[in-house]
Design a protein around this ligand. Structure first.
Ligand code: ATP
Ligand code: RIB
Length: 298
């Protein structure tokens, strides 16, 4: 069972700041670090570190080798990542001393995927494989429809939430993973239970995962609703917490594990990720996650 992830690849420029710069203000950053990131890349890294078999599809510019090389080193198949004559996607990220972030994205090559290249990547899949999508690339609605038509199970992380989500027919999805902001955008509700109820009413056949930051996460597949508390951590940088959670949980579900076990491992992985800097580099390896779960069980 493999997971084909059509996802963004970004160079994250991370500025450490005392507080987020406001309109009309000039702020001097204390520090600049550049890391591998992008929701797509982060989720592929998390899937692979969790033990999943991952094929990543997407686009970078001529300077994107750092990103594809990083994925390759994590064990991800990057044969479907195209190098285009476009700027590589990047993110300008401000991080405060309490670990909060705000992000400005430039999509660049991430939105230059063609149907022809996408079809060729989809051809590498068999019915029953998973197709993973986020909202940082183009063709998302078309890919979801193609995936469902080909008998793939489609997982979608509708992040960041914006008008382009209207292009996606959620009836094609098997699993949708979102935070409270995205959940409110999709359902018009603001309270966790009401968001899950609203989602279930609209899309009865789709499993839902609602993440609640330091408050944990909820899972609802129509038959059971589970709550997974967050595992306390000293938050240094929460960038990529959701991606870590998504990758670890989807790897468990794709491997046929019960959702409760996958949720617990995903929470442990995300807890380790928030205690470290950066997006992709903060994603823990499976052995680290198992060791942290063992320590908690003692
Ligand atoms: P991002 O967009 O920053 O990647 P997100 O908004 O998609 O994140 P969150 O809901 O913030 O995702 O977090 C996902 C999971 O990460 C949570 O369900 C929780 O398990 C874990 N997590 C997030 N913040 C913390 C924290 N401060 N302490 C411990 N665990 C956390
Ligand atoms: O989810 C975190 C990611 O969002 C960052 O790595 C950044 O690139 C943006 O895409």
């Amino acid at each position: 069972m493999k997971i084909l992830n059509f996802g963004s690849l970004n160079l994250d420029r991370v500025y450490t700041v005392a507080h987020f710069v406001q309109g009309g203000e000039t702020e001097t950053a204390d520090r600049l670090e550049t890391h591998c990131g992008g929701k797509g890349l982060n989720q592929s890294v998390a899937l692979a570190r969790a033990g999943g078999r991952v094929l990543h599809a997407g686009c970078v510019g001529p300077d994107g080798e750092a990103l594809t090389g990083y994925l390759r080193d994590c064990g991800v198949d990057v044969s479907r990542v195209q190098v285009l004559d476009q700027p590589t996607g990047h993110a300008v990220i401000q991080v405060t001393p309490s670990g909060q972030n705000c992000i400005l994205l430039f999509a660049g090559a991430n939105r230059c995927l063609t149907r022809e290249a996408a079809r060729s990547a989809l051809d590498a899949c068999e019915p029953g494989d998973w197709l993973l999508l986020q909202n940082e690339t183009n063709l998302t609605g078309w890919l979801a429809a193609q995936g469902a038509e080909r008998g793939l199970k489609v997982a979608f992380n509708p992040s960041p939430a914006d008008e382009r989500l209207k292009e996606v027919d959620f009836r094609h999805l098997s699993l949708c993973l979102f935070n409270e902001i995205e959940g409110a955008f999709l359902t018009g509700e603001t309270q966790p239970e009401a968001i899950l109820d609203g989602f279930r009413r609209r899309y009865p056949a789709c499993g839902a995962v609602l993440t609640l930051g330091g408050e944990g996460a909820c899972y609802d597949d129509g038959e059971q609703r589970l709550y997974q508390p967050a595992i306390p951590a000293l938050a240094v940088d929460t960038t990529g917490a959701g991606d870590t959670f998504t990758g670890y949980l989807l790897a468990a579900i794709a491997a046929g594990e019960p959702p409760a076990a996958g949720l617990r491992r995903a929470a442990a992985a995300a807890s380790l990720a928030v205690s470290r800097k950066g997006a992709a580099p903060s994603i823990p390896r499976r052995e680290e996650v198992e060791e942290s779960l063992r320590r908690m069980n003692k």
